[in-house]
Design a binder for this molecule. Structure first.
Ligand code: UD1
Ligand code: CA
Length: 448
């Protein structure tokens, strides 16, 4: 069946106390809105319409970054959820498939649940859940299998507040019917808002069928404050870690590993304690990420080892069997198969050829204060400890640099480059110096 997603994301989220629109606050490295959009992907929607308001420009940029085909429409004033959904009308003109309304601040609805919702034969279907603590959620007033109406907490009578079956906010209906019903929604309620929750009552009054699909309460978690944001992230992490372990990844201390929405880790990879996976990381099967490492926007191939205490920044590509050791930072760099950067180094804007060894304390000096420059190191090269590689620079295959060198010009294949002050030796000089200094100290302590 043809479907269209309408995601409501116009609210400011006052309780976030933030300049950033609520739906752009990240959970597991991705704006919560992206989580909702990803869940909707399973329906293969013909249209995705995001209703933006507060911070619409930032929302538009963020949406385009993951789905350039999605349309963002503006709700100038936030007059309620029905008024928000109505803003999608022009974007869906002529579309006669099913429309599914989601909230941008309810990021955990499972794709399977959305599938179930769209399979419902009723005219209007609402996603509901049994709440352990129904608190301020809208209540679902049932009559047998039919949903008669939804009553918002603020408008509910004491006996209606006893109801524990609650409204998640998600609902589905054929698009023309949805907009038709929205036209009939008024704002005569406690908040003088146009509530989307009016739709079931209006549909029943026309003799239409209104069903409820149920989901777990965890799926409907809404985020309204920083504390709830943190709780949502924790919930995501718990699920994602369990999924990884089911998929055959060893997490030595799962509670200490932080994952992103798009983290991919292959079977039989080993992740030690306290590792952070920022956005855009792929770790292949059999790789090892050791304790206290921080990875972002990088690819770690089979058999590679990273850390402990390594930082892989965006654009890092590690080929098979690469070794990245402690206190090493890599950025925008390709490290070829079997190469080693084991200790205390910075490698940025660079390529390192296969089986090369980058000695302790090596730095690619990639930034001249204005522009970035590249360092190209060939195969089987040996970069001596504490070499400064002043880019732009090429070091050839099988080349070497002497420890402590400041290399400023290209080194050809097979050459040894040494660029440091030659050693000077003065016989007996150290002993003389010590004596002078000791005598001086003795004079000073007598004088005082
Ligand atoms: C809503 C439901 C409530 C349900 C709860 C579940 C209504 C009237 N109430 O209440 O029954 O139990 O969600 O979490 O629908 N938004 C706009 N424009 C607006 C108003 C809201 O885009 O004019 C967006 C918000 O940004 C948010 C979503 O719609 O993403 C929900 O709005 P919110 O004000 O949070 O509704 P609740 O009071 O939580
Ligand atoms: Ca809400």
């Amino acid at each position: 069946m043809k479907t269209a997603l309408i995601i409501l994301a116009a609210g400011k989220g006052t309780r976030m106390n933030s300049d950033l629109p609520k739906v752009l606050h990240p959970i597991a490295g991705a704006p919560m809105l992206h989580h909702a959009m990803r869940a909707g992907d399973i329906l293969d929607p013909e249209h995705t319409v995001i209703v933006a308001g507060y911070g619409a420009e930032a929302v538009t940029t963020s949406v385009a970054s993951i789905d350039p085909g999605a349309q963002v429409v503006l709700q100038e004033e936030q007059l309620g959820t029905a008024h928000a959904a109505a803003q999608a009308r022009d974007a869906l003109a002529g579309f006669d498939g099913r429309a599914i309304v989601l909230f941008g601040d309810t990021p955990f609805v499972r794709p399977e649940t959305l599938q179930e919702l769209t399979a419902s034969p009723a005219d209007v279907t609402v996603l509901g859940f049994e709440a352990a603590d129904p608190a301020r959620y809208g209540r679902l007033v049932m009559n047998g299998t039919q949903l008669e109406r939804i009553v918002e907490f603020k408008d509910a009578t004491p006996s209606e507040r006893e109801i524990t079956l609650c409204n998640s906010g998600v609902l589905a209906a054929p698009a023309p019917l949805l907009f038709d019903l929205i036209d009939a929604v008024g704002n005569n309620n406690a908040q003088n808002e146009y509530y989307l929750t009016e739709l079931p009552r209006l549909a029943r009054a026309r003799g239409l069928s209104v069903a409820v699909t149920r989901c777990n309460e965890a799926e409907t978690l809404g985020i309204n404050s920083r504390a709830e944001l943190a709780a949502a992230d924790a919930q995501f992490q718990t699920r994602a870690r369990a999924q990884l372990m089911d998929d055959g990844v060893t997490l030595v201390a799962p509670d200490t590993v932080y994952l992103s929405l798009d983290t991919i880790i292959g079977r039989d990879a080993l992740i030690e304690p306290n590792v952070v996976f920022g956005p855009g990381v792929t770790v292949e099967s059999g790789a090892t990420v050791r304790a206290f490492s921080h990875l972002e926007g990088c690819h770690v191939s089979r058999g590679a080892t990273v850390g402990p205490y390594a930082r892989l920044r965006p654009g890092t590509e590690l080929a098979e069997d690469v070794r990245i050791g402690n206190f090493v930072e890599i950025k925008q760099a390709t490290i070829a198969a079997g190469a080693k950067v084991n200790h205390l180094s910075y490698v940025g804007d660079a390529t390192v050829g296969p089986a090369s060894n980058i000695g302790a304390g090596t730095i690619t000096c990639n930034y001249d204060g204005v522009m970035k420059h590249r360092t190209e190191i060939g195969a089987r090269a040996f970069i001596g400890s504490n070499t400064m590689l002043v880019a732009p620079l090429t070091v050839g295959d099988d080349a070497m640099t002497g420890s402590g060198s400041v290399i400023t010009s290209d080194v050809e294949d097979g050459a040894l480059a040494i660029a440091r002050a030659p050693q000077v030796e003065k016989p007996g000089m150290a002993r003389k110096l010590f004596e002078m200094l000791k005598a001086k100290k003795a004079r000073q302590s007598r004088g005082s």
